[in-house]
Write a protein that binds this ligand. Structure first.
Ligand SMILES: Nc1nc2c(ncn2[C@@H]2O[C@H](COP(=O)(O)OP(=O)(O)OP(=O)(O)O)[C@@H](O)[C@H]2O)c(=O)[nH]1
Ligand SMILES: [Mg+2]
Ligand SMILES: [Zn+2]
Length: 322
């Protein structure tokens, strides 16, 4: 019997039976618990009835279409947290916790690395202060990349978009038939948004205390939520946004909008600073134009990540395959 892993607790897995909404319990042993064939949320598996009559046994795992992973530089290991995702939903709060543009830029790098299409949501629009976050500017800087942006309030499903042409209704349309993993800082409203999108089918635990910041993560493991016409993966707010596993020389490839300009620089190792000789980013440009402001805000994100990536020596970025 074919099934999909929805939740995992050590060696026990909740699996949804293919072609139905039924959830069964299954146990895995040996190679499926450690190493290259470890089973994670989102995996498609084959189940066999357990001899003792209870539960099921996982006997096979299908090849993955995509993986959400991190390279743990210090341990030289690849850690996969979810599999077979079609969309990476980068969720931002425009109120509390404070909006941080750089986090979206970091997840866009990951989307590229994971080969999963990204979309961006601006949540908590009911508390939006236009003086603090310019939604038009934020969405425009991603336009060049073809990233769709949505504005919503997970607490008020009647909220109508004011800045972008996409709100909750368009978001539901974009998710249809897909598996989407929600990522973002702790407290931005990932669990609340999934609850809102499930239209009353599920209610996930959310941060009711209102304590936001390090050490106050409400969701502590990844799980799939079955919303009928789409599947969503809730995940814990990422603790580390570090990109120390990426080779600084390759980083520009993760910024296709900038790479296009960078190839025109006079020197191939150009650091793209205003005083770099022959730098294409600063040659013949109108520094007051909005176009330049948008581009420069992306270049700033690249600079921050570039210098960060340079901190880890090249040899430490490879990993063992288990
Ligand atoms: N005003 C307002 N509050 C919201 C909105 N969405 C979520 N919240 C609140 O923000 C808090 C955090 O929401 P969660 O859904 O727990 O956040 P999370 O991203 O899942 O956080 P972690 O599980 O810790 O990663 C809760 O108190 C929610 O009620 C919104 O659109 N507007
Ligand atoms: Mg949560
Ligand atoms: Zn340059």
């Amino acid at each position: 019997m074919k099934a999909r892993v929805y939740r995992s607790h050590q060696r026990s897995f909740d699996c949804r039976v293919e072609g139905s909404h039924e959830i069964v319990k299954a146990t895995a042993y040996g190679k499926f618990l450690k190493g290259e064939e470890t089973i994670v949320v989102g995996d498609y598996v084959t189940l066999e009835e357990n001899k003792e009559g209870e539960d099921f046994l996982i006997v096979d795992r299908e090849e993955r279409k995509s993986e959400i992973f991190r390279i743990l530089v210090r341990e030289s290991k690849k850690k996969v947290t979810a599999a077979n995702c079609d969309l990476l939903v980068i969720l931002n709060s425009v109120a509390k916790p404070t909006y941080k543009r750089g986090i979206t830029d970091r997840f866009l790098v990951r989307a590229h690395q994971w080969q999963v299409m990204p979309i961006v949501i601006y949540n908590k629009m009911d508390q939006h202060d236009p003086e603090k976050v310019d939604i038009d500017f934020e969405a425009d800087r991603l336009k060049e990349l073809g990233v769709e942006c949505f504005e919503i309030s997970a607490l008020n499903e009647d909220y109508q978009p004011r800045y972008l042409d996409k709100g909750l209704a368009e978001l539901k349309e974009a998710l249809k038939g897909k598996t989407s993993i929600f990522v973002g800082q702790s407290g931005v409203g990932k669990s609340q948004t999934i609850t809102c999108l499930s239209e009353g089918q599920v209610e996930l635990k959310t941060n009711k205390v209102g304590k936001i910041g390090k050490g106050s993560h409400t969701t502590t493991w990844s799980e799939i939520v079955d919303c009928g016409s789409f599947e969503l993966i809730d995940s814990p707010g990422i603790r580390s946004f570090s990109i120390d596993d990426i080779d600084p020389a390759e980083l520009i490839e993760y910024f296709p909008d900038l790479e296009e300009i960078a190839v025109k620089c006079k020197f191939s190792n150009c650091e793209h600073m205003p005083d770099s000789t022959g730098c294409a980013f600063f040659k013949d440009v109108d520094e007051d134009s909005r176009e330049f402001q948008l581009m420069i805000s992306r270049l700033e994100a690249w600079h921050v990540m570039f210098y960060e990536a340079c901190q880890t020596p090249h040899w430490a970025k490879s990993y063992k395959k288990s």
